[in-house]
Ligand binder design. Sequence first.
Ligand SMILES: [Zn+2]
Length: 222
Amino acid sequence: MKKFQEHYGLRSTGEARPGDETIQSLNEETAKTPDGYYIWRTVGDDKVRESHQALDNTICSWSDSPNPGEDFNCRCWAELILISPNCRDEQEALNIEKEKFEALNKRKDQHIKDLRKLTDKRDQIVQKMNETLGTEIASFIFGFPFARTDFIFELLQRHFNNIISDELLKAADRLAKERGAILKKIDYTRDQLNIVMIALLNSKAKLEKAQQELKICMNKKS
Ligand SMILES: [Zn+2]
């Protein structure tokens, strides 16, 4: 409060009363802040949700969401910070890093969603194989996930010669191909997810550095 009063050239009493000059300046500043910055503060007990704990003591923008107090039962608050014009470059750099981080986060979520869909599909195929081919033949096919299906076909005939009908062989061939295609997609999506996770780690470090630099700049000013 005193810092705020000093910044505005008001008497630094550390107090504010309804209608006084401090409250007036505070109101003016809050009306301005939607494109400004604040420091996220939490009450620091074990009821603070994880996502808010992660934001504790970091510089945030009003244009991002959520803001403190917006989520249900949130007891966090925003500590107003006044960014001087000579810290604008740091502020701009922080904006860019934040955008990059959020874009990567979205990509991560999408990959996880895709992966879940693909593994569900794979599980359905596995179930269908067990049902239509019997677990013995099905598990035999599982041993050759990426082999050419005509090769599996041959092996099946050799190993299960007397119990496999042409119809079953066709079904085995079709399901093995389907499963093989899904497994390849799962591998690819996993690789993509790993790449994004590494990029996210780098991005997080850059974001923290940008926040640090903005903080340093603001401390110099005050
Ligand atoms: Zn909260």
